[in-house]
Design a protein around this ligand. Structure first.
Ligand code: GUN
Length: 290
């Protein structure tokens, strides 16, 4: 079997188009959703992310507010900025780019964001709502994964889902979303015994561990849906000295022979994260002032 390639780039583009239409409608009623992104320090990967976010925010017609603090910023300074954004009526969504410098307690900052503006879905109120099945803002990457899974299979009830990775950002919310779809969910992680055997039980396999090509083809159940959240930069000597390429957490060429559908890296889950961030910002705007 050769798997269907789940085109996250195309899906995200369609989603952004639908968001742009809804934003145009809202703007006609005098409401322009606004997203504030805060970056502390000069990590090049974070800077690139933030630049892409700002560009796509403007492209769908939303207001984009960028706040750059120096790497030496104190926790108090960042908390003061968050308080200002919480109080700003033009700001519907607040995203503080992670990771933060060592002197700042990220959890404290996350908990300072107004849950109604927490478009990352990281605030314990929103995590709790997801867990208890109450509507709220859901973490963008897992939401994007669910949309991609549902693009190839609508009804997930009764399927075995295995999520490899237990982070607050991806693994745990992903598991909750799949439970809400009536899947039987296993969360595996670095201490799981016989991980290949556990993965082979999965009708839906979500890999979010940050280990290049860790999930091999023979870990995949024939016909499974495979979602690769990994973005890993590895050396690419074939392209020349010091060259790199990006691979996922799944050995793509192997898994694509076994799965029924699979997300590529790049072009799978990655583009969905920002599209879902915009979706959350639109939702936050509608809930606050729609
Ligand atoms: N850093 C990497 N991914 C993310 C994300 O989805 N949200 C935030 N706030 N920081 C990140």
């Amino acid at each position: 079997m050769t798997a269907t390639i789940i085109d996250g780039k195309a899906y995200a583009q369609g989603l952004r188009g639908r968001i742009a239409n809804a934003v145009a409608d809202l703007s006609g009623q005098g409401v322009t959703p606004g997203l504030a992104v805060v970056i502390v320090g000069e990590d090049p990967a974070s800077q690139l992310y933030v630049k892409n976010k700002a560009r796509q925010t403007v492209e769908v017609g939303m207001g984009s507010f960028e706040h750059v603090l120096p790497a030496s910023a104190t926790e108090a300074e960042l908390l003061a900025l968050v308080a200002r954004l919480n109080a700003d009526p033009a700001v519907d969504g607040i995203l503080v780019q992670l990771p933060l410098p060592k002197q700042i307690d990220a959890q404290k900052v996350i908990e300072a964001i107004d849950p109604a503006k927490d478009v990352d879905g990281f605030h314990p109120i929103n995590a709790g709502k997801l867990m208890t099945g109450v509507p709220g803002l859901v973490s963008c990457t897992p939401l994007g994964c669910l949309l991609l899974i549902q693009s190839v299979r609508r009804d997930l009830a009764g399927l075995n889902a295995v999520v490899v990775g237990r982070s607050n950002i991806v693994g745990k919310p992903m598991a909750q979303l799949l439970i809400a779809q009536s899947c039987t969910v296993t969360v595996a992680h670095s201490r799981t015994r016989d991980l290949p055997r556990v993965c082979r039980e999965a009708d839906i396999l979500v890999a979010a561990v940050g280990r290049p090509e860790m999930v091999r083809g023979d870990w995949v159940k024939p016909g499974a849906i495979v979602i690769d959240v990994g973005i890993n930069r590895v050396p690419n000597p074939a392209a020349g000295q010091d060259k790199t390429r990006v691979v996922g957490d799944v050995a793509y060429a192997e898994a694509a022979q076994i799965a029924s559908a699979i997300t590529p890296v790049p072009g799978g889950v990655g583009p969905m994260t920002i599209a879902c961030l915009l979706r959350n910002t639109l939702e936050a705007a509608c809930l606050r002032r729609g």
